[in-house]
Design a binder for this molecule. Structure first.
Ligand SMILES: [Zn+2]
Length: 126
C-alpha cells in the first residue's frame, strides 16, 4: 500500500489496532474470545482480524478452508504467518504442537493459566 493513500474505513480501523513487532503483528483490539482471537466488524459483519488481514493481502479465502497460524499466536495478523488449511488440518496442527495440552501444564494445585495474546507476545519476543 503506497504511502499517503487513504485506507477504506474497515482497513483504517484494522490498522489502527495492529501493533507490528519484528515477527508477529499483534491485534490489540477488543474483544478477544477465549482462544485469543480478536474480533472486528467488516461491512457490518463479524470477522476475525487475522482472516481480514489474510483477505487484504491474498485476496480471498476459499470456501471450506480456515486460516491457520504458523506462529501459533491467535492474535497475530501477519499474513506471512498464516496458511490455509481445513478445519481438520487446524485441529491436527494444534494437537501436533501440543496447544491443547498447554491449558493444564502448570501442574497440580496451580490454577490453569490460559495463554493470552500478551503472554504469547512475550514468548515470541524472548
Ligand atoms: Zn505471527
Amino acid at each position: 500500500m503506497p504511502k499517503g493513500r487513504k485506507y477504506p474505513p474497515d482497513e483504517e480501523r484494522f490498522w489502527a489496532k495492529v501493533q507490528k513487532t519484528l515477527s508477529c503483528w499483534l491485534w490489540m483490539g477488543k474483544p478477544r474470545n477465549e482462544w485469543g482471537y480478536g474480533q472486528m466488524r467488516v461491512n457490518g459483519k463479524k470477522e476475525y482480524p487475522h482472516r481480514f488481514s489474510y483477505i487484504l493481502h491474498n485476496g480471498s479465502i476459499p470456501d471450506g478452508l480456515v486460516v491457520c497460524h504458523s506462529c501459533d499466536n491467535p492474535a497475530c495478523v501477519n499474513p506471512n504467518h498464516m496458511f490455509l488449511g481445513t478445519h481438520e488440518d487446524n485441529m491436527r496442527d494444534m494437537r501436533a504442537k501440543g496447544r491443547q495440552n498447554d491449558w493444564g501444564r502448570n501442574g497440580p494445585g496451580k490454577p490453569v493459566r490460559r495463554y493470552g495474546p500478551r503472554a504469547r507476545a512475550k514468548v515470541n519476543a524472548g
